[in-house]
Ligand binder design. Structure first.
Ligand SMILES: Cc1cc2nc3c(=O)[nH]c(=O)nc-3n(C[C@H](O)[C@H](O)[C@H](O)COP(=O)(O)OP(=O)(O)OC[C@H]3O[C@@H](n4cnc5c(N)ncnc54)[C@H](O)[C@@H]3O)c2cc1C
Length: 341
């Protein structure tokens, strides 16, 4: 495939934004779409009164040279800061945070990019006709389309699968169906890898609470796997992003799965009860629940992104290079480079 001129990226989370920046810097015409009201996806920060709380990713570490280069740039420009060097002991490895919340990283990446928020991609279809100026068009839920020579999908994989289902082809075992599918493959060159799109995700239920004073969380400001309910407890004030005391409690995957369908008032009450030992003498002032249906991919694909044979459909995100901030970054980078090769 010659280098594409026009690329549409579905998803303005970290991987989509990183891919977008890389392609924009290479001189391509890039448009990023996100169904959310703002950019960031799981890099999410929310205000409750005077408090600011991260309710998706809490912090990140750096292991690879590509991410190191990016983080050094963010540090230099004050986009990120070091929170600490370990929650239990000082292990010498910095834990980084967005200087004004994790979402500030996404906002910085989005500067200068053409990003359309509140824009739900509904599907993708080939642009018909020999004179068609582009290869694909991404269909939006309002019926409009965005033309593209290549499309990068960065949603959680089951959502990407739904978007590709109309043009995707896999063997069903039924002769007539398979023959029809083969005809589409021949025309559009799309083979979906079933194993990839069957990736399961753990869920997370979060309790966001503003409190009226110091808690029992401790000087490090965070607790990992502190008990059998919470996988992480983060003090947003100790972290340096909130003026007012505010705590994020993430229920672990097992607890979140078991309580996913409970009434939200019951879930809130159960999480508040579980949070008590960590609050010390502080009382909760305001509380909110946030649920993440696709919080963490359970299996990680061995390659940093996946492409169709002709390279014009690329799938990326944290299910590829690792279920973390660094993995999402590196997968977005790989997706962009696959189009520039
Ligand atoms: C509760 C929680 C805690 C975490 N804690 C940490 C942590 O401490 N450290 C760490 O390193 N990582 C952590 N992570 C993981 C980290 O947040 C993710 O790995 C990373 O942010 C994923 O980025 P992404 O771009 O791959 O996906 P996402 O951020 O999910 O981006 C995908 C985007 O696609 C959009 N989208 C989906 N479907 C459509 C559609 N049809 N049309 C348009 N847009 C669409 C979504 O709105 C979303 O913005 C945590 C995640 C969660 C949920």
């Amino acid at each position: 495939m010659p280098n594409p001129r026009k690329v549409v990226i579905v998803g303005a989370g970290l991987s989509g934004l990183v891919a977008g920046r890389e392609l924009l810097d290479a001189g391509l015409d890039v448009c990023v779409l996100d169904k959310g009201r703002s950019v960031g996806g799981r890099l999410a920060t929310r205000r409750i009164g005077d408090a600011r709380l991260d309710h998706g990713a809490q912090f990140f570490t750096v292991r690879t040279p590509a991410f190191r280069r990016r983080v050094d740039d963010w540090l230099e420009r004050g986009i990120v800061a070091v929170w600490n060097h370990g929650f239990d002991d000082d292990d010498g490895h910095p834990r980084y945070v967005g200087a004004t919340g994790m979402n500030s990283i996404a906002k910085d990446l989005a500067v200068g990019l053409d990003v359309e928020t509140s824009t739900l991609a509904f599907g993708v279809r080939p642009m018909e006709g020999v004179d068609a100026p582009h290869r694909w068009e991404v269909v939006i839920d309002d019926g409009t389309t965005r033309p593209a020579d290549a499309v990068i999908f960065t949603c959680p994989l089951v959502q990407t699968f739904a978007l590709l289902a109309d043009i995707g082809v896999w063997k069903s075992g039924d002769e007539a169906t398979d023959a029809a599918h083969d005809a589409i493959v021949e025309r559009h060159g799309i083979h979906l890898d079933q194993q990839l799109f069957r990736t399961q995700y753990d869920r997370t239920i979060a309790l966001l609470a503003t409190v009226d004073g110091p808690t029992a969380i401790g000087a490090a400001g965070g607790v990992q796997h502190g008990d059998d309910v919470f996988s992480f407890i983060g003090d947003n004030q100790a972290k340096g992003i909130s003026e007012a005391p505010a705590i994020t409690f993430h229920a672990n995957a097992e607890w979140s799965e078991a309580h996913w369908d409970d009434d939200s008032a019951d879930t809130l009450a159960a999480l508040e009860a579980a949070a008590q030992p960590w609050l010390g003498s502080a009382a909760i002032v305001e509380r909110q629940l946030k649920t993440w249906r696709f919080a963490t991919p359970r299996t990680i694909w061995p390659d940093p992104c996946w492409s169709t044979a002709d390279g014009t459909i690329v799938v990326a995100g944290d299910a590829f290079a690792g279920p973390k901030v660094e993995g999402a970054h590196n997968s977005g980078l790989a997706a962009a480079h696959s189009l520039l090769a």
